[in-house]
Design a protein around this ligand. Structure first.
Ligand code: UDX
Length: 438
């Protein structure tokens, strides 16, 4: 089938390349000239494992190309996916849906006579799809029968291609059997492989996405809150998570205690959910998510307090090595990154902070140019009084404590992700601690 993908950032570029991989012919619409130029040459302007190979393969095969023309998009296909961002508004906790609105409003007048489906994939406040469905009908030219569909995306950074090609489920919010059939036909290569496709209304489809993210955020904050109690009581949060995680009703995933969640999705999505619930008059129902957010922010403060304590109560003239800047491994994304936020807090309180991240050094430098950046974990640790492990890249678990011992000033390490072998570090004479650990 022929499709367009409007907005070729993280979500759109992945969707476009993955749909080309499924055999569809894809036209990506990207108005940012630099991004469009990179994508047209088969280059991905961010770090995502597996995506560069897929993108260049299909740019070369001719199954995938990019444009900035909505006129061309309207003529190219009758199935259009809207994949633009919905960042947090500057003036409130709500989501800014102006890019979604603009995409639909700009495309609609260019649709050619016939039947069209415009499919929203962005994460939006509930009610957006119903509003846009009306606008789409009103703005489409005579002879165009255009229907809106909502089809939220659940991909994770670092696993974006796999999550798109082999999702746990597909969810489509529709208002007609015709739209349902169009999406069933389109996703047949995925559903034929066993992926369930759930059909529902717009509101439920929109809410599935935000509630999935809210649930994941709640799991993380729950375990972090209990971790603080473990620390006070002399318990161990990793043993505890293993034990409760064996209950199939709870599950072990997303119970890793540490410095908390960040990134472009979970933090903004829970805030937007609370905000939208308020607009709908049911703010109290979602107020617990404020606490989920507070517990999450608290981890960043806790870590900087623990670090300060390990350094004797003052950060002046101390050197701190920070391993990790990205909000999670296998990503160069530093949006709302707990690692970078902690590095920044410690720097502002007087420490000399040197950050190393395998992929996110440049994105981190752009956001926080006043920190020092190193080219390796060992270089960051040079003369350090404390090493902080804040993003769980595999290479940090493979660092040899003996080598780090040679370069530091004081042998102290704080594992903000509870993944290092603390006993191994201790066997090299280090003071090693985790969060919520015994
Ligand atoms: C998330 C959702 O998982 C995905 O389904 C949705 O489409 C977008 O938002 P992503 O932001 O890529 O994906 O990252 P995710 O893997 O969910 O991790 C989010 C944050 O939670 C990271 O900062 C991670 O370090 C943290 N996390 C995750 C924990 O602190 N503990 C855990 O146990 C799991």
């Amino acid at each position: 089938m022929k499709i367009t993908v409007i907005g070729c950032g993280y979500l759109g570029a992945t969707h476009a390349a993955s749909m080309a991989e499924l055999g569809h012919e894809v036209l990506g619409v990207e108005i940012d000239a630099a991004k469009r130029a990179a994508l047209s040459e088969g280059r991905v302007p961010f770090f995502e494992p597996g995506l560069p190979e897929l993108l260049s393969k299909h740019v070369e095969s001719g199954r995938l190309r990019f444009t900035d023309s909505f006129e061309e998009a309207g003529a190219f296909a009758d199935l259009h996916f809207v994949c633009v961002g919905t960042p947090q508004q500057a003036e409130s906790m709500g989501a800014d849906v102006s890019y979604v609105d603009a995409a639909v409003r700009t495309l609609a007048p260019h649709l050619r006579p016939g039947t069209h489906h415009v499919v929203g994939k962005s994460t939006v406040p509930v009610g957006t799809a119903a509003r846009l469905a009306g606008e789409l009908r009103d703005l489409a030219p005579e002879g165009v029968d255009a229907e809106l569909v909502w089809n939220p995306e659940f991909l994770r950074e670092g696993f974006a291609v796999k999550d798109t090609l082999e999702p746990d489920r597909l969810v489509v919010g529709v208002t007609s059997e015709r739209a349902e059939q169009a999406l069933r036909d389109f996703y047949a290569p995925i559903t034929d492989a066993g992926c369930p496709l759930l059909v529902t209304d717009y509101a439920t489809a929109e809410l599935v996405k935000v509630s999935a993210n809210a649930f994941l955020a709640t799991k993380i904050s729950f375990i972090n809150a209990v971790g603080e109690v473990c620390e006070a009581a002399g318990g161990d949060i990793v043993d505890l998570a293993d034990a409760i995680g064996l209950d199939a009703r709870i599950g072990r995933k997303f119970l890793n205690a540490g410095i908390g969640f960040g990134g472009g999705c979970l933090p903004k999505d829970i805030r937007a959910f609370v905000h939208r619930a308020g607009e709908l008059g049911v703010e109290d129902a979602m107020s617990f998510l404020r606490q989920v957010d507070d517990i999450n922010q608290r981890q960043r403060v806790r870590v900087s307090k623990i670090a300060t304590g390990m350094l004797g109560g003052s950060l002046t003239k101390t050197n701190i090595a920070v391993w990790g800047a990205a909000f999670k491994p296998d990503s160069d994304d530093v949006r709302d990154s707990p690692a970078l936020s902690i590095a920044g807090k410690l720097h502002l309180r007087g420490a000399n902070v040197t950050v190393y991240d395998p992929e996110a050094t440049e994105t981190a430098r752009a956001v926080f140019p006043t920190l020092s950046y190193a080219g390796s974990a060992l270089e960051a640790a040079q003369d350090a009084d404390l090493v902080l492990h804040l993003t769980e890249w595999k290479e940090f678990r493979e660092v040899d404590p003996a080598a780090v011992t040679e370069v530091v000033r004081r042998k102290q390490i704080l594992d903000g992700r509870n993944l290092l072998d603390l006993d191994l570090w201790r066997s090299h004479g280090w003071t090693a601690r985790g969060l919520g650990r015994r």
